[in-house]
Design a protein around this ligand. Structure first.
Ligand SMILES: Cc1cc2nc3c(=O)[nH]c(=O)nc-3n(C[C@H](O)[C@H](O)[C@H](O)COP(=O)(O)OP(=O)(O)OC[C@H]3O[C@@H](n4cnc5c(N)ncnc54)[C@H](O)[C@@H]3O)c2cc1C
Length: 489
């Protein structure tokens, strides 16, 4: 075999996955058809959960100064995300191109083999390995590996070639996006609903303004080239009455509201992650975030299978955990689209939502949904409130090792947090020392929500989700370790 995993696509999902695989010592080749990154700003910033995910790999400092914000919305109705106690705030106005640069540098530093100007032409699951036909600078060649992951975006060739089902609804309208210099418009960060549609205005670094222009009744188009700025300015004028034709466009694009999800995220030796598995209206800034988190869920699992520590069926937990997350993403972006983009017939619903969102539990529920903090995997049975949920950040004392539960995850391995200096617990985990780090420490303080009160130990998976806790899990520690990390050595 040429490598252990072929990743198709060097977007956020492909880069994150490649980094996770390299952390686990797996050989990976990333195929990317573009000679260089597009530089497109697309996803601006990241959600609170993605901030945590980057933090748990020590990546946040690579972004430089991060501007954070608590201001968000659901379908154009404002939400103050400070309501989510104990969470990171969301990162603001970091263009996707910058996130991709940071991830690519990280993968390269870990020895990832990123092959630009390499386009996947076809893929075949040969039963005991996967064959990829690739066009590179030196012509067409074949590449083989035990597994291939399609991180090749919404129009995924991998998905089509392997025959993944991708049901859903086609786009019903076309919307414009333009990054423009030389405009002086009042910000409309969460959008402004107008009689003819909706517009959004936000500042980007370097004196650039991001415009989103959604004009109702504009039919979807399959364009071979991006729309012109004149089209965007004309739509803006029809909606707002203002002339922005003097602006200097940096990037102009169009998008739709097609909503589809692969019915399965794995077929044999081929898997999908990111936009290749789910497409939707980019409402609430979630697509890139979900794509990155797909990759973080898959990386350590695929590594365990490739390295022979787990059976191939273990990969089904990736589908089982991430497919429902994608489904809720589609649901909430569709709901937001209806609130945002529909005409006067939806105004009564908007008005009801406006009233509801004033209630704290409603606002908290929606904020948790959009920020990715609500995720709850069916990892383990038991009464402990953190089972299947993300491990909250916990500053630690009394350890010569990591200073926090977040730092303990930097290496991308499992972590057994022994909060009660329990030698018997450590003895029982000793057989997994090659995969799970034991950290004996005391918390400096406990989260306000009481989720860790009385907790003596927590087993955290490499993706930051709690697989076992004491007291409160139905299984014992060796069972949980075996379930998520394979047999002891
Ligand atoms: C207007 C707009 C605004 C958005 N705003 C946000 C936002 O604010 N927040 C957010 O989270 N998300 C946002 N998104 C969504 C976000 O951009 C995507 O969800 C994200 O890029 C998905 O990442 P990915 O890695 O799965 O796919 P992509 O970023 O599409 O990457 C796929 C890669 O695969 C490569 N590729 C494709 N086919 C092949 C092939 N055959 N061989 C080799 N390489 C191939 C492509 O060149 C590309 O580099 C927005 C999207 C749009 C359109």
């Amino acid at each position: 075999m040429d490598t252990q995993v072929i990743v198709v696509g060097a977007g956020p999902a492909g880069m994150m996955l490649a980094g996770e695989l390299r952390l686990a010592g797996v050989d990976v080749v990333v195929l990317e058809k573009l000679a260089r990154r597009t530089g497109e700003s697309r996803g601006l910033g990241f959600t609170a959960r993605t901030m945590e995910v980057f933090d748990q790999r020590g990546l946040l400092s690579r972004f430089g100064d991060i501007e954070v914000s608590n201001q968000g919305h659901f379908g154009g109705l404002p939400i103050d995300f400070a309501i989510l106690d104990g969470a990171h705030q969301a990162a603001k106005t970091i263009p996707q191109s910058h996130t991709e640069t940071v991830l690519e540098e990280w993968v390269t530093s870990l020895g990832g083999d990123i092959r630009r100007s390499h386009e996947l032409l076809s893929v075949k699951d040969a039963g005991d390995h996967v064959e990829a036909e690739v066009r590179g600078p030196d012509g067409v060649h074949r590449l083989t590996a035990p597994y291939l992951v399609g991180c090749d975006g919404g129009r995924s060739l991998v998905r089509k070639e392997v025959g993944f089902e991708f049901p859903g609804t086609a786009s019903t309208m076309e919307m414009f996006l333009a990054d423009v210099k030389g405009l002086d418009l009042s910000p409309r960060m969460i959008g402004e609903t107008l009689p003819g549609g909706m517009v959004m205005v936000g500042p980007l670094p370097g004196g650039v303004t991001r415009l989103i222009v959604c004009e109702r009744g504009t039919p979807p188009q399959r364009r071979e080239v991006p729309p012109s700025y004149d089209e965007v300015a004309a739509a803006w004028k029809r909606l707002t009455g203002d002339d922005i034709s003097h602006g200097e466009p940096v990037w102009v694009s169009s998008f739709g509201n097609a909503t589809r999800q692969a019915t399965h995220y794995r077929q044999g030796r081929v898997l999908l992650a990111g936009d290749s598995a789910h497409i939707h209206l980019p409402a609430g800034g979630q697509g890139m975030n979900t794509s990155i988190q797909d990759a973080v869920n898959l990386g350590w699992k695929l590594a365990a299978v490739v390295r022979g520590r787990m059976d191939e069926e273990f990969l089904d937990t990736y589908h089982d955990e991430r497919h429902p997350v994608g489904k809720r993403l589609l649901m909430n972006t569709q709901a937001q689209g209806l609130l945002f983009l529909s005409g006067a017939e939806v105004q009564p619903l908007r008005d009801v939502f406006k009233e509801l969102i004033r209630y704290e539990p409603v606002s908290r529920h929606l904020a948790a949904m959009v920020s990715g903090l609500e995720i709850h995997y069916g990892i383990a049975a038991g009464a402990h409130p953190l089972l299947g949920r993300r491990m909250p950040h916990l500053d630690l004392t009394g350890t010569s090792g990591p200073g926090s539960s977040t730092e303990a995850l930097h290496a991308g391995r499992g972590v057994l947090l022994d909060l009660a200096d329990n030698a018997e617990l450590r003895r029982r985990a000793a057989g997994w020392a090659d995969r799970v780090d034991v950290v004996t420490a005391a918390p400096k303080s406990l989260p306000d929500d009481g989720a860790l009160d009385g907790t003596a130990a927590v087993l955290i998976r490499p993706d930051g989700y709690v697989a076992w806790a004491a007291p409160g899990s139905h299984s014992d520690l060796p069972m949980a370790l075996k379930r998520w990390f394979g047999p002891s050595r």
